[in-house]
Design a protein around this ligand. Sequence first.
Ligand SMILES: *Cc1c(COP(=O)(O)O)cnc(C)c1O
Length: 376
Amino acid sequence: MPPVTSVPLLDLQGQYRPLRDDILRAIERVCDSQRFIMGPEVEAFEREVAAALQVREAVGVSSGTDALLAAMMALGIGPGDEVITSTYSFFATAGCIARLGARPVFVDIDPVTYNIDPHAVAAAIGPKTRAIIPVHLYGCSAAMDELLAAANGAGIAVIEDAAQAIGSLYRGRPVGGLGTLGCFSFFPSKNLGAFGDGGLVTTNDAALAHRVRLVRNHGAEPKYFHKFVGANFRLDALQAAVLRVKLPHLPAWTEGRRRNAARYRELLAPLEERGLVRLPAEPVGCFHIYNQFVVRVDRRDEVRAELERRRVGTEIYYPVPFHLQECFAHLGYRRGQFPRAEDAADHTLALPIFGELTDDHLCYVAEALAAAVTAS
Ligand SMILES: *Cc1c(COP(=O)(O)O)cnc(C)c1O
């Protein structure tokens, strides 16, 4: 092996190569059938992924964003409604609320997990609140017991944004089946990635699943008879076929990420002890699947620049919390209102964590980070 001189944030080639023949055969099967919309591949994938996630119903959709939209549309959320979510997530979480004409109500995060603060959620529930959207950020579940207690007390829905958390467990149970509905993404960089866009809505409520299925296909039942206005949120048969090949490998890929996280903890322990790096938390009862391995450092932008000079790929998830986004200025939030999210936005950095990294890669990243955080 030549010495490591660079480490990308993500490289999917190593995952693809051993599955290449199986995946091309699956694609060929769909092409030969000429059935591209719905059909047996989508149905089989829905059954297989529902079993893997220990949830009664799984509905394949066109993206994680559309999973959130379809879930909210199935609940009838719209103008006049409020939906509470974290101010710190990927844009889709908040964008979907606004797109349906509802009002996003942002709250601050827990400083240790970066997930939504359940006390802040309880305080934000009002007469117009229809749902809470906790995000299992980076692959670590939100505090679901507290969130479900608050939601049940108020009689409102919980939509889990599990886009980054497929296979993550909360007190031994897979996320996505804990709340009213769960939403997943198969964007290529997620732990189960399609060859393009894809998503999933999960629920244990059969009636709600039926509504999601209608929403996915223009609200039609039967064809050309429209009960309400839905959209085209269908998962492509080609994507379902690719996902069916990949799904059985997900537990092994998750183990690879967790092994890398454990190794980083060893390698970075000296920096953590000196207070130079804060490592991700893995709270009791939370089985983290490390879609991202996010550390907190001082002088983050300088540290990132030094890592870039040493050819280590990093990313900032996310540099601007929702309450400071230009498109939400009309909601009237101000800087300083959610200090923990603002601190995370200014000081965190995602390191390479994908399962195919070797020990040499991890050592290279750890050494580069040590040099970056100790540079004067
Ligand atoms: C990726 C992601 C989404 C959106 O998924 P897409 O498939 O890209 O539409 C939503 N929420 C979170 C937290 C995500 O990370």
